[in-house]
Design a protein around this ligand. Structure first.
Ligand code: FAS
Ligand code: PHB
Length: 390
């Protein structure tokens, strides 16, 4: 098989890239390790930046998002037994975020690719990349029991943190930066009405908690748990009890609990590959970086990477210029590092680390009190939360 752009990974990054390339007359093939059902069953992100919403509309997959997404003009900070609302729309002169599950937007992308006859191969095994630093890169894999070779002009590595693409870049060509936290997020999805139509990030001496939602009848909650915890060790009642203890009393009283329909633990860590390009291979999304979910940035960064990479590929095929391709890594990393900064700042401010000293806890509290009392601090928080400019 042969294509112009081979895309490894059929998550949001790979599928959005394929959709935008198709709309610009550029041929691509997506190869995905898992089944479509598995990919669409993964419960992950929920908050979309304004730039992400614009990108999805530009990719002609924004209709259901516009109908069913929740536009949020504010975000709540639970602290000192109160919920303090930050007016993100007022602070940014009109920008907002939209709550719409990653599962839904990935479904919209799969449906759109299927409708336009896009080549998306799922349950592909043993993907290996070859000659990515030559003019003729190719990939071998197994598909439906057959050995397959796909030749391409470009390879987009959209295969997440554990995929093979980043490993195809020689260590001498990339610096990797890692940070891990001694805690993770235990997340629960429940068919219950959201406690509030606002995302609430709560700092409490017992640990961080987050209230979010997917619809009027589907809620998403998280609590900080120590590294090493397993989701199975948490019963529903233990989860709800701990969540209630961490939320401001008025929110706990209003909380409607119910059986979990999904329960999982996401580790908190940050990672950046400080080079997203090697020859004809370009990394986008989690393949190139991981951020703690505290700032709701992982999925949104994947989308801004696709914005830069799709622009560069379209420019190349329209004009022959390789300038945007040559600058892709630098351009994308500039926004990535600023977004990692914000995610780490939120994580440090809102979580209780087991090794925090009393002094550090006092500084943490002062940081939250400064945020809640300063127009300048709220504006800084808000402009990062709605998404920095592309
Ligand atoms: P993805 O990981 O989504 O997609 C990569 C795809 O590549 C996957 O479908 C995978 O199956 C495929 N792949 C991997 N290896 C392959 C191979 N060898 N061959 C072919 N295909 C291969 N972000 C937030 O903003 N908020 C959150 O609350 C949040 N929660 C998260 C919870 C978890 C458990 C995880 C893992 C991530 C979470 N994220 C969150 C981040 C997440 O949303 C990512 O940022 C987003 O999925 C990035 O999209 P992609 O880059 O497409 O990577
Ligand atoms: C979610 O709704 O899953 C969500 C919301 C905000 C975050 C992370 C996840 O920061």
């Amino acid at each position: 098989m042969k294509t112009q752009v081979l895309i490894v990974g059929g998550g949001p990054a790979g599928m959005l890239l394929s959709q935008i390339l198709d709309l610009n007359g550029i041929d691509s093939i997506v190869i995905e390790r898992r089944s479509r059902e598995y990919v669409l069953g993964r419960i992950r992100a929920g908050v979309l930046e304004e730039g992400t919403v614009k990108m999805l509309r530009r990719a002609e997959v924004g209709d259901r998002l516009d109908r069913e997404g929740y536009v949020h003009e504010s975000v709540g900070i639970g602290f000192d037994n109160e919920v303090h609302s930050i007016d993100i729309m007022g602070c940014t002169g009109g920008s907002v975020v939209t709550v719409y599950g990653q599962t839904e937007l990935t479904k919209d992308l799969y449906d759109a690719r299927e409708k336009s006859g896009g080549k998306v191969l799922t349950e592909v095994e043993d993907v290996q990349l070859f000659d990515v630093d030559s003019e003729s890169p190719y990939v071998t894999c197994n598909y439906q029991g057959e050995a397959l070779r796909i030749d391409a002009s470009f390879v987009a590595g959209c295969d997440g943190f554990h995929g093979p693409s980043r490993k195809a870049i020689p260590p001498s060509h990339v610096n990797e930066y890692h940070l891990s936290y001694p805690y993770g997020w235990l997340g629960v999805l429940s068919e219950t009405p959201p406690v509030k139509h606002e995302v609430i990030y709560t700092s409490n001496d017992l640990g961080f908690a987050l209230c979010s939602m997917r619809s009027d009848s589907l809620s998403r909650y998280y609590i900080q748990v120590p590294s090493g915890n397993q989701a199975e060790q948490w019963s529903d009642s233990a989860f709800w009890g701990e969540l209630k203890r961490r939320l401001p009393e008025a929110v706990s009283r209003a909380l409607v609990t119910g059986p979990s329909i999904e329960k999982s633990i996401a580790p908190l860590r940050a990672f950046v590959a400080d080079n997203l390009n090697y020859g004809k291979l370009f990394l986008a999304g989690d393949a190139g970086h991981i951020v703690p979910p505290t700032g709701a940035k992982g999925l949104n960064l994947a989308v801004s990477d696709v914005y830069y990479l799709s622009n560069a590929l379209v420019d190349y095929y329209k004009t022959g210029s390789e300038d945007l391709l040559s600058n892709y890594s630098t351009t994308a990393l500039n926004r990535i590092w600023k977004t990692v900064r914000f995610s780490l700042m939120c994580t440090r401010m809102l979580h209780i680390s087991p090794d925090s000293t009393p002094f550090e806890k006092k500084i943490q509290q002062a940081e939250i009190r400064y945020l809640l009392s300063s127009a300048a601090a709220k504006t800084t928080f808000a402009e990062n939360y709605v998404g920095l400019p592309y």
